[in-house]
Design a protein around this ligand. Structure first.
Ligand code: NOJ
Length: 496
């Protein structure tokens, strides 16, 4: 194709994408809709009633420069004191379930079971009961990035001891709350925990050791997840009859051209960004993806290490981790283009040097308040198909998807994001036969967006952070989502 034709083609393609109409097909009758939050992002009450300090308390208090405006989650949305208001909002939206996380240090202030904080336990018991009484199913994440600080003092996730310690915490949570909680998620986005926390140092606990730290961290988390799964399976499932999984995140990685090199580079990105944690659990072969094993071993050897920087699982461990899920959970927001490039030179080890690809986002894609989040609905459809094929047609729940802006009440960009992503989801379900059973909007309300503080807002409800009551008001997108849930339809009337 000559250049002019190519430009025209790209223009038409991007126009047709941005003008795409929401689907008028209906979601299947048993399809479930939810919304999500996480403890540190909404609860506040950081030192109330015996809660212990966690790595995000510590990070925001000791590294204020690392968070925009020096913001903290000390009060956040104050959900610790205002959870009944949250239940009202959930009821108003009509969600089938609410995905939230437990604050480990609110229940076990030291991280260990030597101290149990009764006030913390009571808080979650009351909250969970209120949800159930209002017909809202709790979807509970055990770990959404807020490690008790005493466990960081012994090294955090790269320390293999954390496998046992997490297993004890998980058993405690199943015992305390399992009678009412039927959907458990062990970890939220371990890639972010490990890469940002122990590799790049850009998030709590702020350790920069890329090429080593993130791999050691993930190794412990994979084993800790499997331990929690088996504990649930053997000790609790027979009486509690719930299900358990892990929440992984990835964008879609689209080859920049159909050349073999670019296609290989895009697949390699997916394997490093997603397969790293997905392959050991979801792939029938288990273990890390072969491309990671080979590349990291090769680079480690050239760098002069005596063995690969990627830790190895034993055959028993591979078997123990493989298949530890009842359904597949995925957080996904955006897409990147991938171009093949020469391998990065051998020098300082690092995760991105191990991947060695060049990624970019198309300047024609609509943006959001988050630099990384561009609106690319077709990317989600491709990702769902890739997951379906790569991991053997599992049941999938989208555990997060959403859009950020400045928090305005009239938010057509977020509304369009939902309409377009939900259209892609419907196409994946109805036309491609991907087995997606639930969709979760991030987030119920504006909240503490990690190192972006309160500058970036994802909520269906606005929160007034200047008001001590943290007043919540529904946004235009919230009204839209409420209608979608009630009608299972994205437009005014759907095909019957
Ligand atoms: C992923 C995380 O799980 C959540 O904590 C975060 O706020 C959203 N994505 C948006 O960045």
């Amino acid at each position: 194709m000559n250049l002019v034709l190519h430009i025209l083609y790209v223009l038409i393609l991007s126009l047709s994408e941005s003008l795409s109409e929401p689907s008028n097909k209906k979601f299947p009758e048993n399809f479930q809709f939810g919304v999500a939050t996480a403890a540190y992002q909404v609860e506040g009450g950081w030192s109330d009633d015996g809660k212990g300090v966690n790595i995000w308390d510590q990070f925001t208090h000791t590294h204020p420069d690392s968070v925009i405006n020096g913001d903290t989650g000390d009060i956040a949305c104050d959900s610790y004191h205002r959870y009944m208001g949250d239940v009202e909002m959930l009821k108003n939206l009509g969600v089938n379930y609410y995905r939230f996380s437990l604050s480990w240090s609110r229940i076990l202030p030291t991280g260990y079971t030597n101290q149990i904080n009764e006030a913390g336990v009571e808080y979650y018991q009351n909250f969970i009961s209120a949800l159930k009484e209002n017909g809202i199913e709790p979807f509970v994440t055990l770990y959404h990035w807020d490690l008790p600080q005493p466990l960081q003092e012994i090294g955090g996730w790269p320390n293999p001891l954390l496998e046992d310690i997490f297993a004890v915490y998980a058993r405690t949570a199943f015992t305390l709350f399992g009678e009412k909680v039927k959907n458990w998620m062990t970890f939220n986005e371990p890639k972010q925990t490990c890469l940002a926390g122990y590799g790049l140092g850009s998030a709590a606990p702020g350790i920069s050791a890329s090429g080593i730290g993130e791999y050691e961290c993930m190794h412990t988390i994979m084993k800790a997840h499997a331990r929690a799964y088996h504990i649930y399976d053997e000790e609790f499932r027979p009486t509690q009859s719930g299900r358990i999984s892990i929440v992984l995140d990835t964008g879609w990685y689209e080859p920049a051209s159909d050349s073999e090199e670019d296609m290989e580079a895009a697949e390699r990105s997916l394997q490093f960004e997603h397969g790293w944690c997905a392959h050991p659990i979801y792939h029938p072969d288990g273990n890390y993806p072969q491309v990671m094993i080979d590349r990291i071993a090769d680079r480690s050897q050239k760098e002069g290490f005596s063995k690969s920087r990627l830790p190895e699982f034993s055959a028993e461990e591979i078997e123990y981790i493989r298949g530890t899920f009842d359904f597949l959970c995925i957080n996904t927001y955006t897409t990147s283009m991938v171009k093949w490039t020469n391998d990065y030179e051998i020098g300082t080890p690092g995760f991105y040097a191990d991947v060695s690809v060049s990624t970019y986002q198309d300047p024609s894609w609509n943006g959001s308040a988050s630099s990384w989040l561009k609106v690319v609905p077709w990317g989600m459809r491709k990702l769902l198909n890739w997951i379906d094929q790569t991991y053997n047609h599992p049941e999938i729940v989208i555990t997060e998807n959403g859009y950020s802006d400045d928090g305005r009440l009239d938010d057509p960009n977020r509304l369009n994001y939902y309409a377009e992503y939900l259209t892609s989801l419907l196409e994946a379900i109805l036309e491609d036969g991907v087995n997606v059973s639930g969709y979760t909007a991030w987030s119920l309300m504006d909240n503490f967006e990690w190192t972006s503080g309160y500058t970036v807002k994802f909520g269906l409800y606005q929160v007034d952070f200047d008001n001590p009551n943290r007043t919540r008001t529904i946004k235009g997108s919230g009204e839209y989502y409420k209608n979608v849930i009630a009608s299972k339809c994205l437009v005014d009337t759907c095909e019957e």
